[in-house]
Design a protein around this ligand. Sequence first.
Ligand code: GAR
Length: 230
Amino acid sequence: MRLAVLASGRGSNLQAIMQSISRGRLAARVALVLSNVPDAPALGLAEAAGVPVWAKDHRKFSSRARFDAGMLEAMAAARVDAVALAGYMRLLSPAFLNAYPGRVLNVHPSLLPAFTGADGAGDTLAYGAKFAGCSVHIVEEAVDAGPVIIQAAVAVRDNETKESLMPRIHALEHRIYPQALHWLATGKLRLRGRVVHLPPAEYGEMSPHSAPSMPLPDGCLVNPPLDPGF
Ligand code: GAR
């Protein structure tokens, strides 16, 4: 799978994706990293790994459609066949999504469909929810919307702050996102209506005996369970 990663920020999910590939787990190659923020730290990570980048300030384009058309052109030249949004903080146009139907994924720091938007984890805490978490989903046109592939839940501790919570959420994003992309790369994702299914062999029973090879942090739960190595 030739993957384009779209990132507007720090790029820790991009890094986790590239690491999972270099460790031989995620069956993909990052063919291009794109950004609407020309000085995004994510671009430095891509360049350090020898991955080509396309970075342009979206404010210099007359419309979202024109900016997205620029990305599509670069992605076609790089023979991209799937897209991962990794902290890409802009909506995508219908033309962009139609070019890769069911093949644009996003990671978001909340248990969707709750707390969409720019601060999913902060909004979860402010609401007083007792579980926070992260989700990987197939992208539809609305913000942080679309069929959910995998979620990780994190118990919210007493006196939790965003600073104390975010490292646990990020650590889980870095495990569930490469896993979801691997399922996409290996043709495992099936959509019935808006529900994502995996073949029964992939969907292990949730029990202490099916724990992943690397243990999850205390108070965390991942569903569907991670394959060994993720
Ligand atoms: C991640 O936490 C991701 O879930 C979030 O942006 C962060 C990017 O971090 N995405 C959204 O909030 C999408 N609505 P990163 O640049 O270190 O990967």
